[in-house]
Ligand binder design. Sequence first.
Ligand code: GYE
Length: 352
Amino acid sequence: MRKKCIRIVALLMIVCVGSLCGCVSIQKQDKEANQRGALEEEKPLSDLPGKNRDHIVVGFSQVGSESDWRNASTESFRNMFTAENGYYLLYEDAQQKQENQLKDVRNFILQEVDYIVLDPIVETGWDTVLKEAKDAGIPVILVDRTVEVENDDLYTCWVGSNFEEEGRRAGEWLESYLKWQERENDRIRIVTLQGTLESSSQIGRTQGFLKVLDANKKWEMLERRSGEFTQAKGKEVMDDFLSTYKDIDVVISENDNMTFGAIEAIEAAGKSCGPAGDIIVISFDAVQAALELMKRGKINADFECNPILGPFVSDIIQRLERGQEVEKIHYVQEQYFDASMNLEEILKKREY
Ligand code: GYE
């Protein structure tokens, strides 16, 4: 009797679990079908206005338009991937959302583009979609930020900046600046405005600076918080830092637009920054507007990040078209600027 009961209960459990699984997989199928439905509305390539049969079709999923750097990057791709240069560019702005980028890549696959260029907002979560591109035989070129995937064969190559090196150099610059000010034995209180958390540029810059911070026992990191690479959020976070901490000696801001916001907050709090001010400001990107502010004495040092990646990517595509091998990792050359330099001259030649 007992055995029979156990058998009935076990059977019921199998039926229940089975139907539950059924529900889940039906729901999943429905969701996938819906998503695919949305994707399948994409136009086939033959319908693209102005495309001729020789054009190389490039689908580019850009992070967004959160900063001056980003806008310079977009312009660089738009200028390079023109019909005159033999390309047809499908440009998508993901508005700082990974889900949009996943959709972009899937649409590019459905449209059977020749190449996919992806600037991945964060490092993780790309394995499946990159596998889909690989299975479809479409090379994926990563630009600017990079990905953490189980198998690096899922993308063709990456071109961008050495963010960790940028962060480390910023730390070393601060070390020598404080020495020059004869403050190397003083307690130095630092705050950091971080970029979009989990993005390569945030991770690298934070890690690189951390290496120098760890070696300087007198430096104290009061707080690190994300300002999401935007001016508005940079100001908001800096406002908060200024009301929380009475004494701040240094602001490390992981991009120029957050720096613009931070300067607004500092001045609104009745303080000053830059070489003659209360707070040392160190920034990244070195876009024109930031170098202008440096010239006006509000930023101490700025570590360049090169957004002009369009020509590098075109070069890679041309090599691939000729059947040549390409290097997996391409670092672009970068420099830094500080307030002691001849900024007037530097600005005359600055392209972005
Ligand atoms: O520094 C910032 C942008 O990933 C290097 O993204 C890029 C960063 C850049 O929003 O301004």
